[in-house]
Design a protein around this ligand. Structure first.
Ligand SMILES: *Cc1c(COP(=O)(O)O)cnc(C)c1O
Length: 363
């Protein structure tokens, strides 16, 4: 099936991660090719790391005393790092999808920690851990696997660790309500994967320093090592310089756009187009029932059983519209549409026109 060209979006990338990289960021990358292939211990790359740190601090109005820490391994590494470096005796987790579950599992398997408390909600709804005797409370700001957005607030006495991987750069947050707000840059930040970044509170750094004196910690998973390197605008081992350059370009673009509030508005505009489209058609239903929990960056829409979502997705792919598949283990007849910062709202509107065109011809 061929979708008429005038209906197609300018850019067909609507994935939930990795996600669309802006062509302008790639132009910037090429223009800075002098930095690629040079030492990450020398000023040009260290200054690049420093610019990324200071632009992130500006974008988030980072509170005094907090610092931007980074290293290699992506957001997944942070779960293992926090398990070794930040959980003292026991953690508590809000589990409401596959990403929040992975951190809970990492903690549960650690032989040196107690059994974690887990508050679990069925896919499509939200779970924030309840306050108990845990010394770390953890959940995801946005569950990318289901399109559910969670509140961010302090829970309990210990450290509050929030996975912001798909929310960061697209949903506003008060960093003072967290001790570690961490993410990887291949979603709203329109960069490549492999890196992790985090806003760390003084309490998080102090906790890691205390734990490191009494526990064996693999070097890659030692948060204090990451902090020491980040303070020197470096990473423990070689970073992807291209990833840093793409991230730098995106941060500058976000600040020029008006900062985090403006970017969040743009994402909200895009996802509202998707939710309104679903509301207007009997065959489409937002997967997340509670409107306030519907993600403004990842919209999940169930299709009626009479329409084969996999077929719709394959027709879209044949026409250059890619990655609107549901999360693989969710197993639903669903579309999942990344409405990240780089995606043009007009392209989201074009996507809904294409969906109408394909679905009308499916019955
Ligand atoms: C994508 C994603 C991750 C995984 O990121 P990696 O960099 O691939 O490890 C973790 N958490 C959330 C919420 C995500 O969206």
């Amino acid at each position: 099936m061929q979708i008429p060209p005038h209906l197609l979006p300018q850019d067909g990338r609507f994935g939930s991660g990795p996600a669309k990289v802006r062509p302008e960021a790639l132009d910037y990358l090429v223009s800075r090719s002098d930095v690629l292939g040079t030492s990450h211990r020398k000023p040009p790359v260290r200054e690049l790391v420093g610019r990324v740190q200071s632009m992130l601090a500006e974008l988030y109005a980072m509170p005094d005393g907090y610092e931007v820490v980074l290293g290699n391994g992506g957001a997944s590494l942070v779960w293992d790092m926090a398990t070794f470096s930040l959980i003292e005796e026991k953690s508590a987790h809000g589990v409401f999808g596959e990403f929040s579950r992975k951190f809970a599992e990492a903690s549960r398997k650690a032989p040196f920690l107690g059994e974690p408390d887990v508050d679990e909600a069925p896919a499509g709804s939200v779970a924030v851990p309840s306050a108990g005797d845990a010394d770390v409370h953890a959940w995801a700001h946005n569950e990318t696997s289901t399109g559910v957005m969670a509140p961010v607030r302090r829970v309990g006495e210990g450290l509050t660790l929030v996975d912001g991987t798909s929310a960061a750069g697209g949903i506003e947050v008060e960093l003072a309500d967290t001790d570690l707000y961490y993410f990887a840059p291949q979603k709203n930040f329109s960069s490549d994967g492999g890196l992790w970044l985090a806003f760390a509170s003084p309490a998080a750094v102090e906790r890691a320093e205390r734990i490191a004196t009494g526990r064996w910690i693999p070097q890659m998973l030692d948060f204090t090592t990451a902090v020491a390197n980040s303070r020197k605008q470096q990473t423990l081992n070689t970073p992807s310089i291209a990833t840093l350059l793409l991230l730098e370009a995106q941060l500058r673009w976000m600040l020029d756009l008006g900062g985090l509030a403006a970017v969040a508005d743009r994402c909200r505009t895009s996802s509202d187009i998707v939710y309104r489209w679903a509301d207007a058609h009997d065959f489409a239903t937002p997967f997340v029932e509670d409107p306030s929990a519907r993600s403004s960056v990842v919209a999940t829409i169930d299709l009626d059983a009479s329409i084969d979502a996999a077929y719709v997705i394959s027709v879209l792919r044949d026409n250059g519209i890619v990655d609107v598949d549901p999360y693989r283990s969710l197993g639903r007849n669903q579309l999942r549409i990344g409405c990240y910062a780089s995606v043009e709202p007009s392209d989201v509107a074009a996507l809904t026109d294409c969906l109408n065109y394909v679905i009308e011809r499916c019955h």
